[in-house]
Design a protein around this ligand. Structure first.
Ligand code: GLN
Length: 371
C-alpha cells in the first residue's frame, strides 16, 4: 500500500451504502434524501445545461457568490464556491494548517475531518462530547484543556453530525472566547444550518466574524447531495477568500457551472417560498416516526436538535451494525466509526430519517424482528 493511503480508507458511509445494496437492506445509514430535489431547482438546472457548460471562475460563478452573500448575510466577495462541502473542508485543511499544527475537533467526529487534517500534514486532536441526561453537548473544560501552543484551529459542526446536537449560544460564546484567547481559526461546518427542530442554530461567524470560516452545502440545503455544490464564507474584508480560492483551484478547479447557476437561482426562491420551513416540518414528522418506533422496540433514543440523524442505543439484544445490515435488512452507522481515538458509547448507532416514511416503517418492521 502507498504510505499516504493509510490516512484515508473507505468511508463508513460508502461502505454501509455498498452493503445496503448488496444485502437489499433499507438504508438508514448514509445521509442522502429519498425524495427528489425541489422542482424549482431542477427547472433552473434544465435552463442552465446547454447554456453554461464551460468552466466557471475557481472562486465560483459570480451570480452564485452574490446569491450566497445575500443568503448568508455576508459580502459575496468573501465567498468561495467548492465541489461540495467535503471539498470545502479539504481546501480549508490545506489552507489553514500543516505539519506541526494541531486541529482541535470533537468526538464523535464527522468522518472526513481526521483524514483531511492528516493529509494536510497536521495532527487532529479529538475531544469527546459529553452525553448525559441532557443529551449530547460540548465538554468545554475538556476542550480548553486540549489546547496547546501548536493548536491552530477549532473544527466543529453545528448542527452536529452524527449526534444532531445544536450547540447553544452560551456554548458557542465559550468556544469563541477560547479561540480569541489562543488566536485560533474556527472552521464551522454548518451544512445543516436550515435543518433544525428547536431553536435556530447560531452561526459562529456572527459571534466571531474575524476568525470564522463557514462551510455550507447546496446538497444538504436543497436535497441534491450528488450535485457537489458547496461553499466557504471567509472572514469578511480580509482578502482571505482570494487565498482560499487559490488553493481551491488546485482541486477540481471549479464546481459544475450549470449546477452553480441553478443553485444561484434556487437559493432566493427557497427562502421566499418557505422551502426550508417545509423541510423542517416534514423531517420533524419523520423523526418522530423513527424515534417513536424505536422507543416502542425498547431502544434509547437521543432526539436531535438538528440534522436528519438521530443516535440510539438499540438495546442489549441488538446485533452489531455489520450483522444488522447483512442479516437484519437495515443499514445504520455504528457510532464507533466516529470515534477514531476514544471509546464510543456502547451499542450506539446513527440512523438517518431523510428517507421516505415507507422506508422508515419497513426498517422498523425489520428491526422489530431483529431486536
Ligand atoms: N454527510 C453524509 C452523512 O453524514 C454523508 C457524506 C458522504 O458520504 N460524503 O451521512
Amino acid at each position: 500500500l502507498l504510505p499516504r493511503a493509510r490516512a484515508s480508507q473507505e468511508s463508513i458511509f460508502a461502505r454501509m451504502s455498498r452493503l445496503a445494496v448488496q444485502h437489499g437492506a433499507v438504508n438508514l445509514g448514509q445521509g442522502f434524501p429519498s425524495d427528489a430535489p425541489p422542482a424549482f431547482l431542477l427547472d433552473a438546472a434544465r435552463g442552465a445545461v446547454g447554456r453554461l457548460d464551460q468552466y466557471a471562475p475557481p472562486a465560483g460563478l459570480p451570480v452564485l457568490r452574490e446569491a450566497l452573500g445575500a443568503d448568508l448575510g455576508v459580502d459575496g466577495a468573501d465567498v468561495v464556491v467548492t465541489s461540495g462541502a467535503t471539498e470545502a473542508l479539504n481546501v480549508l485543511a490545506l489552507t489553514l494548517y500543516g505539519p506541526g499544527d494541531e486541529v482541535l475537533t470533537l468526538e464523535p467526529v464527522f468522518d472526513v475531518y481526521v483524514p483531511q487534517a492528516r493529509l494536510a500534514g497536521a495532527t487532529p486532536v479529538m475531544v469527546p462530547m459529553r452525553l448525559d441526561a441532557r443529551g449530547w453537548g460540548l465538554d468545554l473544560p475538556a476542550l480548553r484543556a486540549a489546547v496547546t501552543p501548536r493548536t491552530r484551529a477549532l473544527l466543529l459542526n453545528t448542527p452536529h453530525n452524527p449526534t444532531g446536537a445544536v450547540f447553544s449560544r452560551a456554548e458557542l460564546e465559550e468556544v469563541v472566547a477560547l479561540a480569541r484567547q489562543h488566536d485560533l481559526w474556527i472552521v464551522s461546518d454548518e451544512v445543516y444550518d436550515e435543518l433544525y427542530f428547536g431553536d435556530r442554530p447560531v452561526a459562529l461567524r456572527t459571534l466571531a466574524p474575524e476568525r470564522t470560516f463557514t462551510v455550507g452545502s447546496a446538497g444538504k440545503r436543497l436535497e441534491a447531495t450528488g450535485w457537489r455544490v458547496g461553499w466557504i464564507a471567509c472572514p469578511p474584508g480580509t482578502g482571505l477568500a482570494g487565498n482560499v480560492a487559490g488553493i481551491r483551484q488546485q482541486g477540481s478547479f471549479c464546481a459544475p457551472t450549470p449546477l452553480q447557476a441553478a443553485v444561484a437561482a434556487a437559493l432566493p426562491v427557497a427562502r421566499r417560498d418557505g422551502f426550508y420551513a417545509g423541510l423542517r416540518q416534514e423531517y420533524a414528522g419523520r423523526m418522530a416516526l423513527l424515534a417513536g418506533g424505536l422507543e416502542a422496540l425498547g431502544a434509547t433514543v437521543y432526539r436531535p436538535g438538528g440534522t436528519y440523524f438521530l443516535t440510539a442505543q438499540l438495546g442489549p439484544a441488538a446485533p452489531d451494525a455489520g450483522t444488522l445490515v447483512e442479516r437484519g435488512g437495515v443499514a445504520t452507522i455504528p457510532l464507533e466509526a466516529f470515534y477514531p481515538t476514544h471509546g464510543a458509547p456502547q451499542g450506539m448507532v446513527r440512523l438517518a430519517f431523510c428517507k421516505s416514511r415507507g422506508e422508515i416503517e419497513q426498517a422498523l418492521d425489520r428491526l422489530a424482528a431483529a431486536l
